[in-house]
Design a protein around this ligand. Structure first.
Ligand SMILES: NC(=O)c1ccc[n+]([C@@H]2O[C@H](COP(=O)([O-])OP(=O)(O)OC[C@H]3O[C@@H](n4cnc5c(N)ncnc54)[C@H](O)[C@@H]3O)[C@@H](O)[C@H]2O)c1
Ligand SMILES: C[C@@H](O)[C@H](N)C(=O)O
Ligand SMILES: [Zn+2]
Ligand SMILES: [Zn+2]
Length: 349
């Protein structure tokens, strides 16, 4: 095994990142070293790359970026018992404490002491990476590495779509970025109909159609509420899934939801949002969920089974594949410009 490896590192508290040569890390107690087979870019990586306000408050350069991953265990650290060399794993990125009030109530997804790799410590945009053994998820050998790497964000989408009944339910999805696209395929695989998607980008509306959306709307040209009402004969949708983080989309989605319907919110809003709570939520008796992370480990079982069922349409969502990290700047800039679905790197040996 090589002693040095390439890694995409946030080297400075400023825009961008650098491809650097670093030592291959050694797994410490409770950790494993993996050879990275595939690693995908998340919107959070973009925020770190852009060095936005959130990144400035949380990230401590120099640090290897990246957290979505699939890899092969090549070395186990002291005390690791249930993993061995050759295991094919993905990783839950939230490292939870197991001791706080939330963890003690089996609500690990809202652990009060959550640390995230690639955010609070070195990540996986490298040829080799450290994964805490408690965060490893074993994959079936025949799962494609790019699908295995997508399981973490798929978990966000699954928790959003399956937060309530979905089969046979009319569904509005706002935002067809990488997460909204994953939401579309999960909703379709789970029997939602019709799936109506509101997304301003032409490129992403086309992708949404390819992935399986029944109707697409450009919210900058048509009123999504009117379109939804006409598709649903004036009833509104049973399920509204918010994947954009756009305040306007939230308001439109709430208006387009039928009284008594279900609303699951994943998108993060850039600022406080003002809403007519009385008329949009309370008098409509909507069931509203905030969604964060993934349920440990129930969501992973669901995600893995959905992929293995063959019912997810993931290939159109993976729009860009890169061998090695040499063109990482191109990848980040394309994604920033909204010209991608998911972007996956396959590190070179
Ligand atoms: N809650 C969580 O645990 C969690 C985890 C991961 C990501 N997120 C959030 O989920 C959201 C989606 O992630 P992503 O990576 O797909 O982000 P993204 O920014 O790539 O996608 C958002 C999409 O919304 C579209 N959009 C903008 N304005 C709109 C409007 N008015 N109506 C409809 N669509 C509109 C954009 O064109 C874009 O395609 C982000 O807000 C992200 O921060 C939350
Ligand atoms: C770190 C963040 O991007 C991650 N995808 C999550 O689910 O929390
Ligand atoms: Zn992420
Ligand atoms: Zn905890």
């Amino acid at each position: 095994m090589a002693e040095k490896m390439p890694a995409i590192m946030k080297t400075k508290p400023a825009y961008g990142a650098e491809l650097v040569e670093v030592d291959v890390p050694k797994p410490g107690p409770g950790e494993v070293l993996i050879r990275v087979l595939a690693t995908s870019i998340c919107g959070t990586d973009l925020h770190i790359y852009e060095w936005n306000e959130w990144a400035q408050s949380r990230i401590k350069p120099p640090q290897i970026m990246g957290h979505e991953v699939a890899g092969e265990v090549i070395e186990v650290g002291p005390g690791v018992e249930d993993l061995q060399e050759g295991d094919y794993i993905s990783a839950e990125t939230h490292i939870v404490c197991g001791k706080c009030y939330a963890c003690k109530h089996n609500r690990y997804h809202v652990c009060q002491n959550t640390k995230i790799f690639g955010v609070d410590m070195d990540g996986v945009f490298a040829t080799y990476a450290i994964v805490p053994a408690q965060n490893a998820w074993k994959n079936p050998k025949d799962m494609k590495p790019e699908y295995a790497s997508l399981q973490e964000p798929l978990g966000n989408a699954v928790d959003t779509v399956l937060a309530g009944p979905i089969a046979g339910r009319s569904t509005l999805i706002t935002g067809a970025g990488p997460l909204g696209l994953l939401g579309i395929t999960v909703a379709k695989a789970s029997g939602a109909y019709p799936v109506i998607v509101s997304e301003p980008s032409d490129f992403r509306r086309k992708l949404a159609k390819k992935v399986g959306a029944d109707y697409v709307i450009n919210p900058f040209e048509e009123d999504p509420v009117e379109v939804v009402m006409s598709i649903t004969d004036g009833a509104g949708v049973e399920v509204f899934l918010e994947f954009s983080g756009a305040p306007k989309a939230l308001e439109q989605g709430l208006k387009a939801t039928t009284p008594g319907g279900r609303v699951s919110l994943l998108g993060l809003f850039p600022r406080d949002v003002t809403l007519d709570f009385n008329n949009l939520i309370i008098f409509k008796a909507l069931e509203v969920h905030g969604i964060t992370g993934r349920h440990l480990w129930e969501t992973w079982y669901t995600v893995s089974s959905l992929i293995q069922s063959g019912k997810l349409n993931l290939d159109p969502i993976i729009t860009h594949k890169y061998k090695g990290f040499d063109k990482f700047e191109e990848a980040f800039e394309l994604m920033r410009a909204g010209k991608t679905g998911k972007v996956v790197f396959f590190p070179k040996e």
